[in-house]
Write a protein that binds this ligand. Structure first.
Ligand code: ASP
Length: 353
């Protein structure tokens, strides 16, 4: 009888040990939550309305029980907002938290839940200031957590699968949604409501992730993370940069106003290849003379804006955004302005990043 007891206890101990060693073998992923539709709740399942940033990080993880088979997850709530309210202050807080988290030897990667509206901006910002090769994967959803056929749980599962994948290292910040993996620099939200809203129009997707099966197609095209010269260490405020949207009949008033209000940089969301009306171009030229750095981007949604095609950048001392859309050009210009206000040096950064 005594012998049997010993055997049973030994068996229990072996199971506990096996479980413990199994758990320690699983990658450790920290989920940093910021809100968005993935954490959103509908007021009524019959209506389209919902409020983003309702559920907490623990609820998001609990909604996908299978995820614990992939990794050991811990969650941290950074903010709980709709990403339309994302701002420089939260970016700095988030970036510092990502860096501190990835420095830990017991952390293998970070997954960030985020609203889709400004996902591409946050992703690109982090892509330039995170100082680690470990995977940083952003994820959101187009339907709120309470919707029929919510897309958040599958997206989160795939995001964790990407974050633990050995090939995810060194690819910069990645975004996972709708079974696709995108690079921070390439991704763009292109549809208001559809699940396949995210596209990478210039250089294509990084890969695909379906029910946790991950395939990478591509390498990032520009410098990022550990190769980037930008850092948020000791930074509390980013330089002010505004975006001016170009359209038929645009006058000079908003540009003059932005300069009067003390903006350090202006990004033109130009028509076509970064162009605008004569009065707007005259105002931008005056802004440059006052020391404001002007970057020409395009409102078209894809393609390059290169120097000296329709606009004489050499003469105007303006910067061409190359492949960056206006909202990402703003991100790079803010970071670049912390290093220099020389349009030539800033042009060089737009060619590199
Ligand atoms: N407005 C929401 C947000 O960006 C939309 C979404 O997450 O899809 O937070």
């Amino acid at each position: 009888m005594k012998g049997q007891m010993v055997l049973v206890l030994a068996a229990i101990a072996a199971v506990i040990l096996a479980l413990a060693s199994d758990a320690s073998a699983r990658p450790k992923i920290v989920v940093l939550a910021t809100g968005g539709t993935i954490a959103g709740a509908q007021t009524s399942t019959k209506e389209v309305g919902y409020k983003s940033g309702t559920f907490k990080v623990e609820d998001l993880i609990k909604a996908v029980p299978q995820i614990t088979e992939l990794a050991d997850l811990t969650g941290e709530q950074i903010v709980n907002i709709g990403s339309q309210n994302m701002n420089n202050e939260v970016w700095l807080k988030l970036a510092k938290r990502v860096n501190a988290t990835l420095k830990r030897d017991d952390v293998d990667g970070v997954v960030i839940t985020h609203g889709t509206d400004t996902m591409e901006e946050t992703a690109y910002f982090l892509n330039l200031v995170v100082k680690s090769d470990k995977p940083v994967v952003m994820v959101g959803s187009m339907r709120p957590a309470t919707a029929t056929s919510a897309d958040g749980p599958a997206n989160l599962y795939n995001a964790v699968a990407v974050a633990i994948h050995p090939e995810a290292r060194g690819r910069g910040v990645l975004v996972v949604l709708n079974d696709e993996i995108h690079f921070a620099r390439e991704i763009e939200k292109q549809n208001t409501t559809q699940l396949d809203t995210f596209k990478s129009p210039n250089r294509g997707r990084a890969g695909v992730a379906n029910t946790g099966a991950v395939h990478f197609f591509n390498k990032p095209a520009a410098l990022h993370t550990t190769a980037s010269e930008f850092s948020v260490e000791g930074v509390d405020v980013l330089p002010r940069v505004e975006i001016i949207y170009s359209y038929a009949n645009l006058g000079r008033d908003f540009i003059d106003c932005a300069v009067e209000k003390g903006t350090k940089g202006l990004v033109l969301a130009g028509v076509g290849d970064g162009n605008s009306t004569d009065p707007a171009l005259a105002a931008l030229g005056d802004a440059v003379k006052k020391g404001v750095v002007v970057v020409r981007s395009s409102r078209t949604g894809s393609g390059l804006v290169v120097r000296n095609v329709e606009i004489d950048d050499d003469k105007m001392d303006t910067v061409a955004a190359m492949e960056l859309n206006p909202q990402k050009a703003r991100v790079l210009l803010m970071l670049a302005l912390m290093k220099t206000s020389s349009p030539k040096e800033i042009q060089d950064k737009f060619s590199k990043y």
